[in-house]
Design a protein around this ligand. Structure first.
Ligand SMILES: Nc1ncnc2c1ncn2[C@@H]1O[C@H](COP(=O)(O)OP(=O)(O)OP(=O)(O)O)[C@@H](O)[C@H]1O
Length: 286
C-alpha cells in the first residue's frame, strides 16, 4: 500500500530521557494501532507527527508535505486531525461552540460554511441532537466524541488519536470503535491505546513502542502468531513462565517458554504484545 506518512530516524530527548530513539515508520490508509507501556514514547511520537513539537533528529512527511519548512508545516496542519490525551475543553462551551472554536483555529473563515461543517462532524459522531448542550453536562463518552468531531473538522487525511477510549465503559468504547473504524475508511489513522482489544478489532497494522524504540511493526495477526506455542494452561502457576495468572476457570494461563508436553492454548494479540515487551524497559536513560 502507498505510504501516506513516512518517518525516518525520529529522535527526541526530554532532559535525560530518550523519549524517541531512531523511530522509522510508514503508515498507509486505515487504522494503525500504537501500543506500548506507560512512558514508551507514544504521546511524544504523536505530538511530533502532529507538528506540536519538533524532533531533535529525523524527518517525516505527511501526505507528501515536509513539516521541516514553515510552508510544509502549514500544509501538514491543514491535513491533520489531532485528538490529544487531554482535549482541553472549556466546560461552559456547548459542543457546537467548542467544535466551532476549533474550526476557527483551522482557518475556516466563512461563517456559514464553517457552521455547516461543525454540524456535519457533530452529526457524524452522533451528537447532532445535543450540540447545544454544555460540555460539562455530557457523559465522558460524549465528550470524547466531541473531541473526535473537532479532530474531524475539515476532513483531514491524517487523523492522530491519543488514547481516545481511556476511561470509557464497554458500551461507549464499542460506539467509539465504530467511529474510529468509520474514520479509517480512506484516511490514515494512528491510534495510540493500551487496549489490545481495540487493536485486534480495528487495526490493519500495529506498531509496538517501548523505551522510545519500535519493537514490532506488522499486522495484528503477525503479532499474535509470534507467540504460537508459547501460551499454555496448567493447574499451578508455572514458575518458568514470564507471566502467568489464574483464569476464571481456576486454571493458570502461562506465557513464555512452555515445558515439554504442555497443554498449549490459542494465543491472543495481548499475549503477543506481552512477550514482545519482555525485558523491554519503559524508559531508557540517556
Ligand atoms: N514534557 C516532558 N518533559 C520531560 N519528560 C517528558 C515529557 N514528556 C514526556 N516525557 C518523558 O518521555 C518519556 C515518553 O513519554 P510519553 O508521554 O511519550 O510516553 P507514553 O508512551 O505516551 O506514556 P503513557 O502511556 O503513560 O501516556 C517518558 O519517560 C516521559 O516521562
Amino acid at each position: 500500500m502507498t505510504p501516506t506518512v513516512s518517518a525516518s530516524g525520529l529522535s527526541l530527548r526530554h532532559g535525560g530521557t530518550r523519549a524517541l530513539d531512531d523511530v522509522s515508520l510508514r503508515l498507509s490508509a486505515g487504522v494503525t494501532g500504537l501500543l506500548g507501556p506507560n512512558g514508551a514514547g507514544k504521546t511524544t511520537l504523536l505530538r511530533v507527527l502532529a507538528t506540536a513539537v519538533p524532533a531533535d533528529r529525523g524527518t517525516f512527511t505527511v501526505l507528501g508535505h515536509d513539516p521541516g519548512t514553515s510552508r510544509g508545516r502549514q500544509e501538514v496542519r491543514r491535513r491533520l486531525g489531532y485528538l490529544p490525551q487531554t482535549p482541553g475543553f472549556h466546560p461552559d462551551f456547548t459542543a457546537f461552540e467548542f467544535v466551532d472554536y476549533v474550526a476557527i483555529l483551522k482557518e475556516l473563515t466563512d461563517r456559514s460554511a464553517r457552521h455547516r461543517e461543525v454540524r456535519r462532524v457533530l452529526d457524524e459522531v452522533g451528537l447532532g441532537d445535543v450540540r447545544g448542550k454544555r460540555i460539562r453536562k455530557l457523559s465522558g463518552g460524549m465528550r470524547q466524541r466531541v473531541a473526535l468531531a473537532a479532530a474531524l473538522v475539515g476532513d483531514p487525511g491524517f487523523l492522530v488519536l491519543d488514547e481516545p477510549t481511556v476511561g470509557l465503559d464497554p458500551e461507549q468504547r464499542m460506539r467509539f470503535r465504530e467511529l474510529i473504524a468509520q474514520a479509517g475508511e480512506g484516511r490514515t489513522v494512528l491510534l495510540s491505546t493500551h487496549q489490545t482489544e481495540d487493536v485486534a478489532m480495528l487495526c490493519h497494522r500495529v506498531v509496538v513502542l517501548a523505551g522510545g524504540t519500535v519493537r514490532f511493526d506488522g499486522t495484528p495477526a503477525e503479532l499474535t502468531a509470534r507467540v504460537a506455542g508459547r501460551v499454555w494452561s496448567s493447574t499451578e502457576r508455572d514458575p518458568g513462565a514470564k507471566a502467568g495468572w489464574r483464569t476464571g476457570l481456576g486454571t493458570f494461563r502461562n506465557v513464555g517458554d512452555p515445558p515439554a508436553g504442555a497443554d498449549l492454548l490459542e494465543p491472543t494479540l495481548e499475549d503477543g504484545y506481552l512477550l514482545t515487551l519482555d525485558g523491554a524497559g519503559t524508559e531508557v536513560a540517556a
